[in-house]
Each structure stands twice: as C-alpha cells, then as structure tokens.
Design a binder for this molecule. Structure first.
Ligand SMILES: Nc1nc2c(ncn2[C@@H]2O[C@H](COP(=O)(O)OP(=O)(O)OP(=O)(O)O)[C@@H](O)[C@H]2O)c(=O)[nH]1
Ligand SMILES: [Mg+2]
Length: 443
C-alpha cells in the first residue's frame, strides 16, 4: 500500500448549497472523527452518525458523519466524511480545526490519485472521474461513465492480450525453428499485427470523440430569403435571429445550441449566399458562411419549395454534393414549385408551421450517431493507441517485406509499451502528477 499522511478538503462545490462535505483520508481519519465529533462513537464502517462538530469547546455545526474503513473506501485508506450545512463557514471552520490538528490540505485530485496509487482504479478511470466532473452533454457524460466502468481499460487490456499472443507466437518461432517455419511465423505475425493495428485505428476515430465531447456543428445555408433564420429560431425554440422578407437580412453567423437525444448540436445560421446585389458587409457575411460550410459536420442546404430553383441554389447543391448534408425544402406550407423527386432524400419542412422539424432533428442527430459510443474519447488515449497502431503496422510491413521476425518483435514491444501507458501499467511520476493536478481539490 502507498503510505501517506492524512489529508482533508471540501468535497462538494464551494459556495452556497444544501450540504457541504468535508472529506478526510489517511491513517488519522478515525482519530479526527473522535476529536471533532460529539458524541463519541464506535464508528462502525459505512454508517452515518448524527452529531455535532465541536472544536476547542466551540460548536461549529450540526452534522452527519461517516467512516469508510480501509480498504472499502474511495482511496482504499480510512476515509471520513463530515456532512455539514451548506455555505462556507461551517466547512471552513471544520477544515481549519483539522489543519490545526496536523492534517494536511489535499492537493487537487489527491484523493483520486491515492485511489490510483492504491490500485483501486487505473489511470484511464481516474481521467474518467475528471471528465465526468466537467462533462456537459449527456453523451460526454455517458462516454466518461463507460470509461469509469472500465470500458477503455477493458478494450486496451484485450488489445494487450492479443499483442502478447502475437509476441509469444514470434518467440515460439525463434526458439523452436523445427516446429514452425519463419515464413509461417512471419505470415501469422503480419496478419495479426495488421488486424490489431486496424482495430486500434478505428477506435481512434477523432471525429467521433470530438463530437461526443464538444458537440456537432450543423450549418444552415442557402440563398437569401429561403427561411434559414426562421428555421434556426424554430430549432432553438426562441427568436435568435432577425427574420424579415428583405433578402440579405442575416449578415453575421448566428448560433444556437440545442440538445437532441443527449447530443449537443451547435446550429449556425449564415448569410444568404449570393454574389450580386450584396453590399460590403453582406459580402463579408457570405465569406463567413462559406467558411462555416467548409468546417461543418453536417451542412443543411435550405431551398424555398415555393419557388423554382435559381442558379445560386444549383451552385450550392453542386458545391455541397460530397459533404455530409441534408437538403431541406422549406416553406412547404405554400404551393410547392419544387418536385421532391428531383432531390436526394429531401426533407419537406415548414419553419412557419413546424412541420418536419422533428424529422430534421432526427436526421441531424444521425450524423452524430455512435459518436463516442465505442471509440476512445480521451486525447491521451487516442495518441497512445495511434502510436501502438503505427508500431503494429510497421511490424506488419516488416514481415511483408521479408525482414527477420526479431525486427518485427521490437515494434510489437513498442506497441505494448504504448498501450501500457493508457492504463498506467507503465507510467512515470511526472505523468501521474500532470493528470491529477488537473482535478479540483476535494476529488
Ligand atoms: N410561409 C412561410 N414563410 C416562411 C417560412 N420560412 C420563412 N418564411 C418567410 O420568409 C421570409 C424570409 O425568412 P428568413 O428566415 O429571414 O430567411 P433567410 O433565409 O434567413 O434570409 P436571409 O437572412 O436574407 O438570407 C420571412 O418573411 C419569413 O417569414 C415558411 O416555412 N413558410
Ligand atoms: Mg437570415
């Protein structure tokens, strides 16, 4: 067990709140309860006791206290929690009392760091704790919870096992040349390394990770007056953008964030695309619109169903034909001039009546489907998994080019070391400190 002193910190968010929890971890946790909590208890593990926090004869607060005896605690050390009334005064005075009794103030992330050093969680789970604290959308939280439950560790462990299998196959060929020929060994190694490299590459889908963590960028575009701003307002359920019947109303990019089935979608309304008749400001807006289209995860091409196609419409359809896109025939509450069969899976919609709005949301969400569900979502994991995949592909290439198996073995060992760094089987202290210092105090 990692030996340590006794630390304490506020475990709940600072400021006003229903309760404030002071957490103590280390060999002196029980002693601290005995010194501060009245009446004195036998402190049966995992049981809440009612009492008062008293120090130097002064009652600091009424409280509920609990002792989690090692190893059945968050850090695997003895952990005491004192639940006080919210607001900062009671918690601060209890913490001050603890510090004056020789308990040290915890560093950011130190509780979780102890959990890691005592082997209760691995590094990827520790990072998940941090991701969960800062997760915003439902999907980011789910990815973090999956990581916390060991989904990432499980995946990496399985990859490590496959790698060890490949390594022992190669070792067998080197040690027992009469049992297995080098050609056979090289062929097996090549196939196995390639397969595992591809699998790791697939798990490093950065787009999926980014969408799960930061949300999906959806850009509304089209020529002036087709109803882009009306559509943005309908999606946002509030009047974000100015709507008029004057072409060229929107100049700047207007954003609205919407949560669709737990996926955060950032909708952007843009200036109507036209080359002629636009003043300087509108032309700048049109340039911004083009940039937004280029960077979008999904482009929503808005057409006016009640008017015939114009050259601008045709140009936009041509420009976006290879992009992830949805073609919307808006204003379908009016007499239709456009024929839906002329378009690729068009969506009939009316920003005015709301018809088709749900379908649009579902179609948009589809572009984020699966994002972060199976993939690695953490930048550090992605970097290491990619490093491992590259080493595996190098090993496969070496085998394919007839290089000796020993050479491929070196690459396989590199891959194994990279995977080991994901879960912390092989980590240096600096990295551990870096990771835990990004936590907040009390976690
Ligand atoms: N009947 C009907 N009118 C609509 C619909 N959507 C928009 N409009 C009208 O069309 C006009 C233009 O709407 P906007 O939302 O400002 O169009 P826009 O594409 O943002 O236009 P620009 O900002 O100029 O590029 C307004 O008068 C809207 O009320 C719709 O679905 N049905
Ligand atoms: Mg507009």
């Amino acid at each position: 067990m990692y030996t340590s002193d006794t630390i304490a910190a506020l475990a709940t968010a600072p400021g006003e709140g229903g309760i404030a929890i002071v957490r103590v971890s280390g060999p002196r946790a029980e002693e601290m309860l005995n010194r501060l909590i009245m009446p004195v208890q036998l402190w049966e593990s995992h049981k809440m006791y009612y009492g008062h926090a008293v120090y130097n004869g002064e009652t600091l607060d009424e409280c509920m206290s609990v002792l989690f005896r090692a190893p059945r605690s968050y850090t695997r050390e003895d952990v005491a929690e004192i639940h006080l009334h919210g607001g900062s005064w009671a918690a601060k005075s209890v913490l001050d009392a603890l510090f004056s009794l020789g308990v040290r103030e915890a560093d950011p992330g130190e509780f979780t760091k102890r959990a890691f050093l005592n082997g209760r969680i691995d590094l990827s789970r520790a990072e998940a704790v941090m991701a969960l604290i800062s997760a915003e959308g439902g999907r980011a939280a789910r990815a973090a919870i999956r990581q916390l439950e060991g989904g990432v560790s499980g995946f990496i462990k399985q990859a490590q096992e496959e790698l060890i299998g490949l390594l022992s196959g190669a070792a067998a060929a080197i040690d027992y040349p009469e049992e297995i020929t080098m050609e056979e060994a090289a062929a097996d190694l090549e196939a196995g390394a390639r397969r595992l490299g591809d699998k790791l590459d697939a798990a490093c889908d950065e787009r999926g990770a980014r969408i799960a963590e930061q949300g999906l960028e959806a850009v509304l575009c089209g020529r002036p007056n087709v109803g882009k701003s009306s559509l943005l307002n309908a999606l946002a359920r509030q009047e974000r953008a100015i709507v008029t019947d004057i072409p060229g109303t929107t100049r700047d990019i207007i954003r609205a964030d919407v949560l669709i089935d737990g996926l955060r979608v950032h909708f952007a309304d843009t200036a109507g695309l036209r080359d002629e008749g636009a003043d300087v400001i509108e032309r700048i807006g049109v340039n911004r619109a083009r940039q937004a289209i280029a960077g979008a995860d999904v482009v929503i091409v808005v057409l006016n169903a009640a008017e015939a196609l114009t050259d601008e419409d045709r140009q936009l359809l041509e420009e976006t034909k290879n992009a992830p896109r949805i073609v919307v025939l808006n204003q379908c509450d009016r007499v239709m001039k456009l024929n839906p069969t002329d378009f690729d899976r068009p969506l009939l919609l009316s920003a005015k009546t709301g018809q088709g709005l749900n379908d649009l949301e579902q179609r948009v969400a589809f572009f984020g489907a699966g994002a972060g569900e199976s993939a690695l979502t953490h930048q550090r994991h992605i970097r290491l998994a990619r490093e491992a995949a590259q080493a595996l592909h190098r090993a496969a290439d070496a085998c394919a080019n007839g290089a000796p198996v020993d050479l491929a073995v070196i690459d396989l060992q590199d891959a194994l070391a990279a995977l080991g760094r994901v879960t912390g089987d092989q980590v240096d202290e600096k990295l551990i400190d870096d990771i835990f210092s990004r936590f907040c105090v009390g976690k």
